[in-house]
Design a protein around this ligand. Structure first.
Ligand code: NA7
Length: 557
């Protein structure tokens, strides 16, 4: 049977896929979306662990394109909890009648570019094959779960969970629980479950202590909401021109431009207001690039840890020793949890986990921590991890994995990869490092524009003659069959963009810390730049400029 033909297939139905589907459908394309999950939500579908919360202000953690919905949809806290975000996305899907074109419990297993037809042949987990003109992936930056390579992890006879695949029936009540990992996820989870009526005992296995500041969550009054509603367009405009789109005033003020007393006061204000990005980028402008400035921020946070955690030994273990240069964290009372008698911190940097036994976790010193539940909050093979596990083959049968094997993940504008025509990535490598929904919106709109331009070759950069249109989706130039509507990134443009991202991140202290942002969290993974560090606003401007400049760096055939 001939494969089903689609103008566009959207893979994934999180923030990215939902909007992409709508945009392409509005453009008149025959489009369908697939998702491995049983419902929409992406990240928020999978990461349903207790305490999951967005740490972007609620008014910017949503879509901006539906003004009526923006002002009407109810929310009344500074931050949204995971289940609220999931409900919001389900609501958007219903409101725009998108569900009828989504096929759930369906995974893309392979995608192969067919040069003759100018189409992708996509193999699905259901056994179906699709023939697709435009393949748009919204796989998520953080979706391939990373399990720690700890001996005998599979021998544990209690319950073993990963936060990125949280089971609906998880039950921690009265249980002895171990958590490995204390990144954004671990910090949220530990804070949410530490109370004794939640767990009996909690052991936090910590390899690298992290800096975290208060989130500053709270109820938003009806008046505040009204104010936001009144100036929503202005708020979005400003956010989309800013670096991080978190909704706070970003600053260039150098840390040492003020007296030590003023500095203390500015840090204190940022601490009281809350939010990790605000603390790192809203108090001073050089914390992420100047080591001495960074030390000032480190010392301030460490002082807070010592003031909060009463047990000196626990406080010592919780104080980081490295640069404050990972994705900035915030919490709803993380350090306070360690004042509970049922909560302990286990330093596995100096005393690593030797093995998991059927009963629990044994550290190198021989001590066994008996557990009923072991939770891995150990993060993700971020950015490219979700692409390289799928057999995606472009021109000449070369896979994306091979394309990236030597240099790490690269792309042109975070959107396309050379020799992979008509394959688009939302949040691909070297996209903006910022609040994600507005970055996603910008990329979806640019992808939609590119597809629109590709379909009208005579109106674009004119590389194709329209002579001999045969009524199908093919053109004939110089006697060769050339498929209409094929767009691709040039290799040179991809190289230049990678170089640009290298340069933009060169000064960043983030490069010097072993986190997922440069691919350093996965043993054996190629360390590489994976983000455009120039800010969301400049990214949008730069990318739109290149598209308007006669599709610079792209080729249409
Ligand atoms: P992260 O930030 O990558 O954190 C993972 C945590 O797990 C971190 O504390 C790691 O320690 C720890 N980890 C990972 N592997 C191991 C092994 N093998 N042994 C012990 N500990 C380990 O992931 P998150 O899910 O918290 O957050 C990812 C992003 O999701 C976050 O930034 C938000 O944007 C949303 P390490 O620091 O490597 O020593």
């Amino acid at each position: 049977m001939a494969p089903q033909y689609l103008d566009a297939l959207v893979v994934g139905t999180g923030f990215s896929g939902i909007y992409q589907m709508k945009k392409l459908r509005d453009q008149g394309l025959k489009v369908k979306a697939i998702d491995k999950a049983t419902d929409v939500g992406g990240t928020w579908y999978w990461n349903r662990y207790p305490g999951a919360m967005s740490d972007t202000n609620s008014f910017l953690y949503r879509y901006s394109w539906d003004h009526e919905d923006l002002v009407e949809y109810p929310w009344n806290t500074h931050y949204l909890q995971g289940p609220d975000i999931l409900k919001y996305l389900q609501h958007v899907v219903k409101r725009h009648d998108l569900r009828k074109d989504i096929q759930f419990e369906t995974e893309m297993q392979s995608a192969e570019w067919n040069e003759n037809e100018g189409q992708w042949i996509v193999g699905l987990s259901t056994g179906e094959t699709l023939s697709v003109k435009y393949l748009v992936t919204g796989l998520g930056l953080l979706s391939k779960a990373n399990f720690p390579a700890i001996p005998n992890l599979d021998k544990f006879k209690g319950k073993l969970y990963h936060t990125a695949n949280w089971p609906k029936d998880a039950d921690l009540k009265g249980k002895r629980v171990g958590v490995i990992g204390n990144g954004s996820t671990g910090v949220q989870l530990i804070t949410a479950i530490a109370r004794q009526d939640e767990v009996k005992e909690l052991f936090c296995f910590q390899r690298s202590p992290q800096y975290t500041v208060p989130a500053g969550n709270g109820v938003l009054s009806a008046e505040e909401r009204q104010e936001i509603n009144k100036s929503y367009e202005e708020i979005w405009d400003k956010a989309k021109q800013s670096y991080f789109a978190f909704g706070f005033e970003e600053t260039a003020r150098p840390t040492f431009s003020v007296t030590p007393e003023e500095r203390e006061q500015i840090f204190e204000e940022a601490w009281q207001k809350g939010n990790g990005f605000r603390f790192m980028f809203g108090a001073f402008g050089d914390i992420a690039v100047d080591e001495n400035a960074n030390i000032e921020a480190q010392e301030f946070i460490k002082k807070k840890i010592r003031q909060t955690v009463k047990d000196l030994e626990k406080a010592r273990k919780l104080c980081p020793t490295e640069l404050y240069a990972r994705r900035p964290l915030c919490d709803s009372g993380y350090y306070e949890q360690f004042n509970r008698e049922n909560v302990d911190i286990v330093d596995i940097k100096t005393n690593p986990i030797a093995e998991v036994t059927p009963e629990g976790v044994r550290t190198a010193d021989g001590k066994l921590y008996e557990l009923d539940v072991l939770i891995c909050a150990t993060g993700f093979d971020a950015v490219d991890g979700n692409y390289t596990r799928i057999a995606i083959r472009g021109r000449n049968g070369k896979s994306l994995k091979d394309h990236w094997s030597a240099r790490g993940p690269t792309s042109y504008l975070g959107l396309m990869v050379s020799n992979f025509p008509n394959l688009f990535m939302i949040l691909g490598p070297n996209g903006p490092f910022s609040n994600q929904p507005p970055a996603i919106e910008a990329q979806v709109e640019i992808i939609t524009d590119l597809i629109g331009r590709a379909q009208k070759p005579s109106l674009s950069n004119g590389t194709t003659s329209t002579d001999g249109i045969d009524g199908s989706n093919s053109l004939h130039t110089n006697g060769h069959k050339v498929t209409n509507g094929v767009i691709e990134a040039e290799r040179e443009a991809e190289d230049k963009w990678t170089q640009r991202c290298e340069e933009l991140s060169a000064q960043s202290l983030f490069r010097r810390v072993d986190s997922w942002i440069f691919g350093k969290n996965i043993p054996g993974k190629k360390v590489a730049v994976m983000f455009y560090f120039g800010g969301l606003g400049p990214y949008i401007k730069e990318v739109k400029g290149l598209v308007e400049d006669n599709l610079k760096g792209f080729r249409i055939s």
